[in-house]
Design a protein around this ligand. Structure first.
Ligand code: DON
Length: 305
């Protein structure tokens, strides 16, 4: 299968580049606004442990909201179901940074993958610890999951978001006003911005997803029950108000980031990372979503069949 998959990925890479339908990079984080949208990479790790890649699969990109899956995994490992007292598990049907939704729900974010929910998750990880320790836990989790210590935070991206992340400042202050933030808003936000600024390649991210995909031989960083729950949340909430469209088109759990990455899970079969920095109207990778759709269709991977 490995050779056939390599051939398919190489064709897919050529098709995506021919079509050149890249979308627009995120501009609200100045450092991300400078990234060339015309890039595409993909890495697929299958159940037999083989890795197939194409395009810019070894180039580092800002994982942004994909980090929310791993910070949640850390919190679930730490306090388990107690986190659900502070954040819900329902799809939002709203933008990832919606203030309206948080106000309507009186400070209990709809799910842990919208910004407000992820800020709460990070706040929980930070409680009783320093930002450095909380960040070490998330980065350490990723390094263990990928079996690769060369995973780091891009401090210039974190600083760039700290300078321009006014909506997140508003969300953190709303959370605090409703009593759903244990730490000072600036401290939680600083930690959250740094977690979003973790850089990885597609190869590293696909390797990090093996445990969530339940692949044989994956490092045991998350239990099977928790992996199932992460997959359910990725399916329903991983692409914000575009989650239904992604489920319809791809049929697999996925988590996007505004840096253009997508972590895609074919449970028991494969862990996939795709990166193309141009975004669609929902803030999810435009060419990346097309690639996910074509890969899943070609391989016959779906959680619905
Ligand atoms: O909080 C933010 O706005 C960013 N650090 C992360 C947002 C994000 O990745 C949304 N995903 N598409």
């Amino acid at each position: 299968m490995a050779a056939e998959l390599e051939r398919f990925l190489s064709r897919l890479n050529a098709e995506i580049r021919d079509e050149a339908d890249w979308g627009m990079v995120a501009t609200y984080i100045p450092e991300l606004a400078e990234v060339d949208p015309q890039q595409f990479g993909i890495a697929v790790v299958t159940a037999d442990g083989a890795i197939a890649t194409a395009g810019d699969a070894e180039r580092r990109f800002s994982i942004q909201s994909i980090s929310k899956v791993f910070s949640l995994a850390c919190v679930l490992g730490r306090i388990g179901d107690q986190i659900w007292a502070r954040v819900g598990r329902e799809p939002s049907g709203a933008r990832f940074d919606s203030i309206l939704l948080l106000e309507r729900e009186q400070g209990r974010p709809r799910n842990p993958f919208i910004n407000a929910g992820a800020i709460v998750t990070t706040d929980e990880l930070l409680t009783g610890r320093t930002p450095r320790d909380a960040l070490s836990e998330i980065v350490g989790f990723l390094r263990a999951a990928a079996e690769d210590d060369d995973i780091h935070i891009d401090k210039s991206v974190a600083a760039s978001e700290a300078e321009s992340g006014f909506r997140n400042v508003a969300l953190a202050n709303y959370l605090k006003s409703y009593g759903n933030l244990n730490n000072p808003p600036q401290m939680t936000l600083g930690t959250y911005f740094h977690q979003c600024a973790i850089e990885m390649t597609c190869v590293q991210l696909a390797l990090a997803g093996r445990a969530i995909a339940g692949l044989p031989g994956a490092p045991s960083v998350v239990s099977a029950v928790k992996a199932r729950r992460l997959n359910a949340l990725m399916m329903l909430c991983g692409h914000y108000d575009g989650s239904g469209d992604f489920a319809f088109r791809v049929g697999l759990p996925g988590k996007s980031g505004v840096g253009g990455g997508i972590l895609l899970i074919a449970p028991g079969r494969a862990s996939v990372a795709i990166w193309s920095p141009g975004l669609n109207a929902y803030g999810n990778s435009k060419a990346g979503t097309v690639a996910a759709e074509r890969l899943a269709a070609h391989m016959g991977w779906s959680v619905f069949a």
